[in-house]
Design a protein around this ligand. Structure first.
Ligand SMILES: [Zn+2]
Length: 189
């Protein structure tokens, strides 16, 4: 069985990518692997065909070598930058989304214009502002709520991507969890 080298583990750590976002691509073809990554919210595949330049075996969803193309470093910036950890609720879906954004007004709009999960009655009442590490706080909240996470190909956005970050919980529980984890990390509304 293919496992991650220490160098690869370090790389993932630097990018704040947790193992639940990493897929073992060994034995999967490129097409199947990318399809799984899209459908189930994986950031990186390992054990895949080595890159031509350096022989690295970590790839982004774009199939670019992760280690040669850290231009996708957006992810880690997102992780450490300021932002809002928000929750939004769709009455029709009976689902709550927990996410991160840097502009609440904009996100309120795009939740519905993008038809998140195929729904467009999202209401986003409030959010927790974090001066830094907002993406990190978001990831802690996601981890906490992981049991209630819904990943279903039935719930697609208008761009055809399977909706991530959807939870079968009440909006109240989402907000309570955001507040508690925020507080543990020094952020209060
Ligand atoms: Zn490479």
């Amino acid at each position: 069985m293919i496992t991650l080298t220490n160098e690869q583990k370090k790389f993932l750590e630097d990018f704040g990518i947790t193992m639940e976002r990493v897929i073992n691509g060994d034995g999967l073809g490129k097409t199947d692997c990318i399809a799984l990554m899209n459908d189930f919210d994986y950031e990186i595949a390992y054990g895949v065909s080595p890159c031509q330049k350096e022989g690295h075996t970590l790839r982004w969803k774009s199939w670019h070598c992760a280690q040669c193309n850290t231009g996708s470093r957006k992810f880690s910036e997102r992780y450490t930058s300021y932002g809002y950890v928000y929750y939004a609720y769709s009455e029709k879906a009976q689902l709550t989304k927990v996410g991160f954004c840097t502009n609440m007004t904009e996100r309120r709009k795009t939740l519905n214009t993008k038809k998140t999960g195929s729904f467009y009655d999202w209401v986003m009442p409030t959010a927790l502002y974090c001066e830094e590490n907002a993406g990190f706080i978001e990831s802690l909240v996601h981890k906490e709520l992981n049991l209630y996470r819904i990943i279903d190909t039935e719930y697609k956005d208008s761009d055809g991507q399977v909706s991530k970050e959807l939870y079968k919980i009440s909006p109240e529980l989402a907000w309570k969890t955001i507040l508690r984890i925020g507080k543990e990390n020094g952020y209060e509304p």
